[in-house]
Design a protein around this ligand. Structure first.
Ligand SMILES: [Zn+2]
Length: 375
């Protein structure tokens, strides 16, 4: 089976563009990964997700191991076949969602015992089991099993948790073994403490991973604190491996992260916002349920080539949202995913051509204008 690789093609300031090659296809970086929590990006057919420009999806280990079950997905031919997406899939380790969703958690050196938030059934997740589940799913990019404390947390708690995560990173590496064509990423922890981040990065690079995530951010610390950490944390990681910022974010978070050397991100925001009537545009965020759109024959964004903007008015989108029609969430999700991928393409082009700063200035200037004038 073909190997995987990461090729850095250009750098402009700290911003980088490159390609991660996998047997299931190339991932252009910086990359935004739509989230397919329950083996679907909600409201979208896989071919539609691909049409927005996504090279890779994220699947959630926690959700899939509980329902329908990793062994079942394996028997049915793996996650790619099951959900009809033949391109790369990254799966998280399950650790973060065990902490945020499940009940009655018990954390030990060995792993985490928890009750499913679906049916209360009892489960055990360890680095070894997380590697096994992600293998059963057939994930192309596997994440090491880690623990992530919510911020704010005191320094001792963050240090203790980070060191546990580093021991789990070694166990994840050992359990993953040698799987050509598949990548294993380690996850840096350490909260907002630069010396702990550095210690974590050193522990991970000593173990050796195919890529590195900056974990433990976007957990309530706010954008200033997150950017403050990203001003130094990516610099602790090897330059020749992809860097992944988990669970980010809003368009300006994404742009700020790429500016600071991040190559990959994922977030539920485009699809979740789409279902609640929120559209993200070059001129900021709009709420389609607002009465100002009821008679507006114009598209969400006249420059956008997505189906929602090519063929439908704000008035129609307003109507179907208010009428609770499924097409509302479908069209707004499509638009949002299309817009997020357009940002990524814009940044990739700008970095290649050495004009990232000018691109970023335009991005912020247009957003500052706000939505188009009311009719
Ligand atoms: Zn659009």
């Amino acid at each position: 089976m073909a190997q995987t690789s990461f090729e850095l093609k250009a750098q402009d300031g700290q911003a980088r563009t490159g390609v991660i090659s996998t047997p299931r296809g190339d991932i252009r970086t910086p990359a935004f990964m739509p989230v397919g929590t329950a083996a679907t990006v909600k409201g979208m057919m896989p071919e539609s997700v691909r049409a927005t420009g996504a090279d890779i999806l994220l699947g959630n280990t926690y959700h899939l191991m509980l329902r329908p079950g990793a062994e079942r997905i394996d028997r049915l031919g793996g996650l790619h076949k099951f959900m009809n997406w033949d391109r790369p899939i990254l799966t998280d380790s399950g650790g973060f969602q065990v902490m945020s969703l499940s009940d009655l958690r018990k954390l030990t050196e060995e792993g985490v015992t928890f009750k499913s938030h679906y049916d209360g059934s009892k489960h055990h997740l360890t680095p070894e089991r997380s590697m096994e589940v992600q293998k059963l799913l057939g994930s192309d990019i596997v994440m090491a099993f880690d623990e992530c404390p919510a911020l704010p947390a005191d320094r001792d708690r963050i240090a203790q948790s980070m060191r546990l995560s580093m021991r789990w990173a070694q166990r994840s590496r050992d359990a993953f073994g040698d799987r050509p064509g598949h990548m294993l990423f380690g996850i840096m922890q350490g909260g907002l403490e630069s010396d702990l981040r550095e210690e974590s990065a050193k522990a991970l690079t000593d173990i050796g991973f195919d890529g590195y995530a900056v974990g433990g951010l976007a957990v309530g610390e706010g954008q200033d604190a997150m950017f403050g950490c990203l001003d130094y944390a990516p610099g602790f990681l090897p330059e020749d491996k992809p860097r992944y910022l988990m669970g980010v974010g809003k368009p300006d978070d994404i742009v700020g992260a790429v500016k600071r050397g991040i190559d990959m991100m994922d977030c539920v925001l485009p699809s979740r916002s789409g279902r609640t009537g929120q559209a993200w545009t070059r001129r900021g965020q709009i709420n389609i349920k607002n009465a100002r759109h009821a008679d507006d024959p114009r598209p969400i964004d006249e420059h956008c080539t997505c189906p929602a903007c090519s063929s439908y008015s704000r008035a129609y989108l307003h109507h179907v949202f208010r009428s609770h029609e499924m097409i509302s969430g479908m069209l707004l999700t499509w638009h949002n995913l299309h817009y997020f991928q357009e940002i990524m393409q814009g940044m990739r082009d700008a970095i290649s051509e050495g004009r990232f700063d000018a691109w970023e200035a335009d991005f912020h200037a247009l957003r500052a204008e706000g939505d188009i004038e009311k009719l």
